[in-house]
Design a protein around this ligand. Structure first.
Ligand code: NAG
Ligand code: NAG
Ligand code: NAG
Length: 495
């Protein structure tokens, strides 16, 4: 709906004029049909109920207030109650020690009764002479996945009596808090980068208003560069490689670990503020604007010139597994319906600002279930995401992208393929459970889903069938409801 006006403005030339007329007539005749359509769209996202396979990966339910706000000086406090992540807060005289991957908290002896109590419990001789409390944490948000957690650096949080601080002088004194997290594990896959890293980082640190220092375990320079635009909107301070920087950094407040809400989302209830996923997206928009502005100035002038403004459809293209074999036909069909089509193949090295620019200016995005769909975060609320759902990926498609996309306010269309649209159709007998009952296999575990359905499947879309979704999307973004308006683009020039 939102771009209806643009369609009128940008159409020029003879063909354009008849297009204009046609659209005008269509819109007039559609007005009454469109009104109820509008209302059902805005309410539909609330009606959605969660699928069968919810594994109970709920986020940090009682994590409302900023973590450290209630903790007294000289304390380490850890919240290990959540399924996805642990998080610890330290307050007081905090000093880092990179070579032992430790953070020390030096407490004054009689600051409160608790410390005295702990010290009498822990105290056992010369070695740990003055260790009061010792916590270990892996600051990564996939706590329930033992295998990947085994690859993540562990941090020791140790509180000691104040006198030992003398031997541990500060090299850098910070007057803002630290947030310490890992960019190890699955980092490098764009879904994991956002889901396990960037969004939890936003959730954990946004209330600091950029007055925060990020310290990273399992540090990767490429990560800091790739996500630099976003990171600089979360923190005003240089990012520190915890292990690689051997200076002693001193703080009065530090958080180790990140909070996470749910798949690719920000839940304002859990955040305890009025910020939500749209605010996160707005931050992305601010983060990418300077770069996109300079790209525009660098000479992509034609982009801003007035031109025939057809709704823009972006195909997030894959090759290899889950590729659409007849993608060129999808392009052709989309163009016939009236879209201008862009095929985008995001790769690890593709500059995110460019992907952002492409998706932020799109009306419809089409993609097969997979990590690249994480880029739905770059789409504007109100635009349309069509996820093509290969066999055996129903649950993952809904959980990882379908539901989060609706939460962002996208119009989400899931296109569940039929058996004959899958390459598995040629490989398995018609009666094989792989085709007939994928959930009987995916129930057995992620490994089955991955091996059979994710890594070994390509798609050949039934265009007659898929076209209906494209037409629906076209109707949604142009405000023309084709089924009610008898709208056939192919006949425009005959008007
Ligand atoms: C995204 O699109 C909106 C609406 O067209 C525009 O106002 C905004 O500046 C765009 N953002 C960026 C970063 O280009
Ligand atoms: C996918 O495309 C990339 C680059 O375009 C290429 O390097 C890679 O070999 C392709 N993979 C397959 C399976 O075709
Ligand atoms: C054009 O309109 C005619 C009827 O006026 C119809 O039979 C034909 O199928 C239409 N063509 C297309 C491409 O929609």
């Amino acid at each position: 709906m939102k771009r209806q006006g643009l369609l009128f403005l940008f159409i020029t030339g003879e063909q354009g004029l008849s297009f204009y007329l046609y659209l005008f007539l269509s819109l007039v005749s559609c007005t009454f049909i469109l009104l109820p359509y509008l209302f059902t769209i805005s309410s539909s996202s609330h009606l959605y109920s969660f699928g069968v396979q919810n594994e109970g990966l709920v986020g940090n339910i009682d994590a409302k207030s900023p973590l450290c706000s209630t903790i007294s000086n000289g304390r380490i406090w850890c919240d290990r109650s959540h399924f996805r992540s642990d998080i610890c807060c330290l307050k007081g005289d905090i000093r880092t020690h990179s070579s032992s991957a430790s953070i020390f908290l030096y407490s004054s002896k009689n600051s409160n009764g608790f410390i005295n109590y702990v010290s009498s419990m822990v105290y056992d001789g010369e070695d740990q002479d003055d260790e009061l409390q010792h916590e270990r944490i892996k600051p990564y948000t996939r706590k329930w996945e033992t295998s990947v957690m085994n690859t993540v650096d562990e941090l020791d949080l140790i509180s000691k009596r104040s006198k030992s601080g003398v031997h541990h002088p500060c090299d850098v004194v910070h007057n803002v808090p630290a947030v310490i997290f890992s960019t190890g594990g699955y980092t490098g896959n764009v879904y994991h980068d956002f889901n396990d890293g960037i969004m939890p980082l936003y959730i954990t640190s946004q209330h600091f208003n950029r007055k925060v220092v990020f310290m990273i375990l399992d540090y990767h320079n490429w990560w800091v560069i790739k996500y630099g635009d976003i990171l600089s909107h979360l923190s005003d301070h240089p990012i520190i490689d915890f292990i690689g920087d051997d200076r002693t950094h001193c703080f009065t407040e530090a958080i180790a670990g990140l909070r996470i809400h749910d798949e690719l989302t920000v839940d304002s209830l859990l955040l305890g503020s009025n910020k939500n996923i749209v605010d996160f997206r707005n931050l992305l928009d601010r983060a990418y604007w300077p770069r996109i502005k300079s790209l525009i100035q660098e000479g992509e002038r034609d982009k801003v010139q007035y031109q025939v403004r057809k709704p823009k459809l972006v195909i997030l293209s894959r090759n290899g597994s889950r590729a659409i074999i007849n993608e060129n036909m999808v392009v052709k069909t989309s163009e016939e319906i009236g879209f201008q089509v862009h095929v985008l193949k995001p790769e690890r090295t593709t500059e995110l600002a460019k992907i952002y620019e492409s998706l932020n200016s799109s009306d419809v995005v089409v993609g097969v279930h997979g990590a690249a769909l994480t880029h739905f975060l770059f789409m504007q609320p109100g635009s349309v995401l069509i996820q093509i759902i290969p066999l055996g990926t129903d649950w993952a498609a809904e959980t990882y992208y379908g539901e989060p996309a609706r939460k962002l306010g996208l119009k989400y269309i899931g296109y569940k393929i039929k058996g004959r649209e899958s390459s598995l159709f040629d490989e398995y007998d018609k009666d094989d459970p792989v085709l007939r009952n994928p959930s009987s296999l995916t129930k057995k575990g992620w490994e089955y889903t991955k091996k059979i359905y994710l890594e070994d499947q390509t798609l050949r879309l039934d265009l007659a069938r898929f076209r209906k979704r494209l037409v629906r999307a076209y109707g949604y973004v142009t405000g023309i409801h084709p089924s009610h308006c008898n709208f056939h683009l192919g006949n425009i020039t005959q008007m």
